[in-house]
Design a protein around this ligand. Structure first.
Ligand code: EPU
Length: 442
């Protein structure tokens, strides 16, 4: 296992380009199963989750050829409709092949999806929608697989009980080749979904966002291949913005996604950070003393759950008491004990919520005993070095940022979680002046 050794205290300064969006690339790769023609995707981030998805597609009869950030996916002759347990367990998005496999093969066997352990992460909303479209799906606990069959998928009107990003995408991927029109109500608004829609439309699909939270998909008999460039990763931009602010540096993003980061920019500027937008670039810095700002996570266009962990590091450097209320996932504070090892002053609490079953994006019944949905951070604190352990992707970026802001040399374990979602993180941070190296523990 590799670890990062990070010497903190150096301001990060310079320019950087965002990699392609992980949360589009993975679904774009799944979309290749909807056609027998070659699909060429550019702007694909070179991260472990993408490599795993490549392996998964290879197992389903696709040849996946990487040429730096461009990937060509083409039919390979051999065909399968089963995702192996060990692959599915490592990749959250593995369940998304359900739609294409059901639409084209009439059958799919997929494991309970894995990915970041940030709560129970069930896929009940995905399954409910697919069943409404005519699929028969059951989970076999004796083998750990979902077994799904559909003679044909039929267009329906389906209203999601609560927001779900990949659930919305899963149903889109199923509905493009279904018979008739599907209308998804209470559909998620994440802009990564609109990038996937643009890709599918470029392949011949007929999908429109018919209202802010409604997506209409007219089923078509087949899709063709083509070429598509994936949007840059806005979650990376948030990570680099906070890296600039907590190290007292200044980072310019050359392919900024600022127009999709309104809620973040609003909170960042209120906290005293500066974000200077100039055309396609945005330059982030701390702008001097930082002030505490409370955030509550929400689906897009709110303050995204992916941003709250790095936000916590920013708040350790801000004056006052800041709260973070996590409303999307029921367990996304794994970084808190680790930040406390570095000197952060953080306590858990339960904010009063009138109707928690409705307010929280997760199923209320999935909450874990002893979990608190919010934290309070008292700042500013001088972070110091520690040996810390990463347990999920965004928590990982958070601990790296904290170590970069801290005095002394920190050891960050569990960086395989970071490798899942950030391309060459240490190389890019080093280019900005960070003093960190990857070493093999053995
Ligand atoms: N949920 C259910 N049942 C479902 C679907 C969702 O209970 O059928 C719950 C989830 O457990 C969660 C909440 O509803 O508590 C919201 O889940 P959602 O489905 O919106 O999240 P996701 O699709 O699993 C994606 C991203 C996440 C990102 C969220 C929010 C991908 C691969 N993952 O997850 O990204 O945080 O949407 O936008 O697109 C990351 O990049 O690190 C990451 C975790």
């Amino acid at each position: 296992m590799d670890i990062f050794v990070i010497r903190g205290g150096t301001p990060l300064v310079g320019s950087i380009a965002l990699a392609g969006a992980k949360n589009v690339a993975l679904k774009a790769l799944v979309a290749s199963l909807l056609t027998d023609e070659p699909l060429i995707l550019s702007g694909v981030p070179l991260i472990r989750d993408v490599a795993l998805m490549g392996e998964l597609l290879a197992g389903l009869g696709r040849k996946v050829i990487f040429n730096e950030h461009t990937v060509r996916i083409e039919k390979d002759g051999k065909d399968s409709f089963q995702v192996p347990l060990e692959l599915g367990a490592r990749l959250r998005t593995s369940s998304m092949v359900l739609g294409p496999l059901l639409a084209r093969r009439g059958e799919a066997i997929i494991p309970n999806p894995g990915g970041c352990r940030i709560g129970a992460r069930p896929i009940d909303r995905h399954i409910e929608g697919l069943v409404k479209m005519g699929a028969d799906i059951s989970y076999h606990s004796e083998d750990g697989y979902f077994h799904a069959r559909a003679k044909k998928l039929t267009g329906v009107t389906y209203e999601f009980p609560k927001n779900t990003h990949t659930g919305t995408e899963t149903l889109i991927l199923a509905a493009v080749l279904a018979e008739g029109t599907t209308v998804l109500r209470n559909a998620a608004q994440e802009i990564e979904i609109d990038d996937l829609i643009a890709l599918l439309n470029s392949m011949g699909a007929q999908i429109t966002r018919s209202d802010t939270r409604e997506i209409t998909i007219k089923g078509v008999p087949s899709l063709h291949g083509g070429a598509y460039s994936i949007m840059p990763d806005r979650n990376e931009e948030v990570t680099f913005a906070i890296a600039a602010a907590v190290t007292g540096g200044r980072i310019t993003i050359t392919n900024s996604q600022h127009e999709h980061l309104e809620a973040f920019l609003d909170a960042f500027r209120k906290a005293g950070g500066t974000a200077e937008v100039e055309g396609a670039t945005t330059t982030y810095a701390s702008g001097g003393a930082l002030t505490a700002v409370d955030v509550t996570t929400a689906p897009h266009p709110g303050f995204m759950t992916d941003w709250q962990a790095p936000w916590a590091v920013l708040m350790t450097q801000a004056k006052g008491s800041a709260t973070i209320h996590e409303a999307v996932f029921e367990s996304r504070f794994s970084y808190v004990p680790e930040l406390k090892k570095m000197g952060a002053d953080i306590s858990f609490f339960d904010p009063p919520v009138e109707n928690p079953e409705v307010f929280y994006n997760y199923n209320w019944s999935d909450r874990v005993p002893g979990f608190h949905p919010a934290i309070r951070i008292a700042g500013p604190t001088h972070l110091h070095n520690a040996v810390v352990n990463i347990t999920d992707l965004r928590a990982g970026a958070t601990l790296v940022l904290a170590a970069l802001a801290a005095q002394g040399e920190s050891y960050v374990h569990g960086i395989e979680h970071l490798d899942r979602g950030y391309e060459a993180f240490e190389t890019r941070l080093s280019q900005l002046g960070a003093q960190l190296k990857r070493i093999n523990e053995e």
